[in-house]
Design a protein around this ligand. Structure first.
Ligand code: ADP
Length: 244
């Protein structure tokens, strides 16, 4: 194709909640290998946009990924086509170990219902994900005892074992220490080169350090898009954030 790489193309995407357009005619081109950050005030429509792209709310328009329109697909079909997301509150199985969480996420994705881990050993893709997210030493601990930041990394690991090529992350670094935040940014850079990554984010220091492209949403629309420097010098963005 003309862009020469994997991408997700969104055109005129609209989510209408009984007359209220939470997302209103959004156009976006999300390229592989870029860390896209989605920012904007509360209520701007960021979460609803991601909900629409992952099949959780109905939407009109087009969301083309590998010649399919995500807007016509069910959530499980969207996951199967390589699109994954994390949630602000990590959705790990608290009573299962880190390793079991990764194994289950990968097994469900592969429709493989198998012997217990103890009787078959750790699959390579699980071991690889464990190392990538840096939780090897905690592999046998229940996920419930992990620190907040570590749970977010586990969720990212669950996207890796699902072979997600497009990752939507929702405020992943909220509540993290500076060290954890930087480690998260470096993790996203490492795994992001062969993926399309979209992060909903409020932490502007994190955006400044790691964003390749920033999209500002306001009142359901894309207000501005570009580098952080570009959008910060945009008069409409200043008006929304600073009331000027
Ligand atoms: P953001 O993630 O940018 O904070 P949201 O996507 O959560 O914004 O919300 C956008 C707007 O849509 C808000 O005004 C919110 O109240 C509204 N909204 C979200 N979900 C629903 C729903 N299921 N029904 C009606 N309105 C909704």
């Amino acid at each position: 194709d003309e862009l020469g790489q994997d991408y997700l193309e969104v055109r005129d995407l609209t989510v209408d909640f009984e007359g209220f357009k939470a997302v209103d005619g959004v156009d976006l081109t999300l390229l592989q290998g870029r860390l896209h950050f989605l920012i904007g005030p509360n209520g701007a429509g960021k979460t609803t946009l991601v909900d629409a792209l992952t099949g959780l709310v109905p939407a009109t328009g087009l969301a083309r990924y590998r010649n399919r329109d995500l807007l016509t697909m069910k959530p499980h079909q969207i996951v199967r086509s390589g699109i994954g997301r994390t949630f602000q509150t990590a959705t790990v199985f608290e009573h299962l170990s880190v390793l079991q969480n990764l194994d289950i996420a990968g097994g469900v994705h592969r429709k493989a219902w198998r012997l217990p881990l103890a009787r078959r050993g750790t699959p390579d893709y699980v071991q690889h994900a464990l190392e990538t997210i840096g939780l090897t030493d905690l592999r046998d601990r229940p996920a419930g005892v992990l620190a907040h930041g570590q749970k977010q990394w586990l969720e990212i690991g669950m996207l890796l074992v699902q072979d997600a090529k497009v990752m939507f992350l929702d405020e992943t670094v909220a509540g993290m220490s500076h060290e954890e935040r930087d480690a998260t940014g470096e993790l996203l850079q490492r795994i992001g080169s062969e993926r399309t990554t979209v992060v909903i984010e409020h932490d502007m220091d994190f955006v400044r350090s790691f964003a390749d492209v920033v999209t500002v949403m306001h009142a359901g629309k894309v207000l501005a898009e570009g580098s952080l420097a570009e959008i910060q010098s945009d008069a409409r963005v200043q008006e929304v954030y600073l009331g000027r």
